[in-house]
Design a protein. Structure first.
Length: 160
């Protein structure tokens, strides 16, 4: 029986990540980025560097949410940095089943004044996802300002 068939979505819980959750958050990000190969540029940091950054900077200094199934397995991660969705990643095996949408709604509830985010210009799936959630394109760049040096798009959401 797949996780989808077993009703895991109803049992998935999102909670604030703590220091001990940093490895799980990093692993979700790493696996999700690998699964998105072709839609997004290759990572410019090693897995060890990602783990270090998540543990030393992201979890202590940003608002991090971890979604887990009923058995405590990590399914998705959301990182909010002021009014930015800095990171939003879902485990590849459960992508497309509503967890990302739940996290966007959580982000909107946490930042009712509005949100913004960047997505790579090549990531058309993410662009469709964010547009479905009311985000609109605000700016495009040639990528000079990001580590991957890949063209990107800034999206914004403002409450109605």
């Amino acid at each position: 029986m797949s996780p989808v068939d077993s009703g895991w979505r109803e049992l998935a819980i999102s909670r604030r990540a703590e220091a001990a959750d940093a490895p799980a958050v990093a692993d979700v990000i790493i696996r999700s980025r690998r699964a998105a190969a072709g839609a997004i540029p290759a990572a410019v940091h090693s897995d060890a560097e990602v783990h270090e950054w998540i543990g030393a900077v992201v979890v202590p200094d940003r608002e991090v949410w971890l979604t887990e199934d009923a058995d405590g397995r990590p399914l998705a991660a959301l990182v909010l940095d002021d009014d930015w969705i800095d990171q939003l990643y879902v485990e590849p095996a459960v992508t497309g089943h509503g967890l990302g949408s739940q996290l966007v709604e959580l982000a909107k509830s946490r930042r009712p004044g509005g949100l913004q985010l960047w997505t790579f210009a090549t990531n058309t799936g993410a662009q469709r996802f964010y547009r479905r959630h009311g985000f609109i394109e605000a700016e495009t760049t040639d990528g000079a300002g990001n580590e991957e040096k890949a063209p990107d798009i800034r999206f914004v959401w403002a409450p109605a």
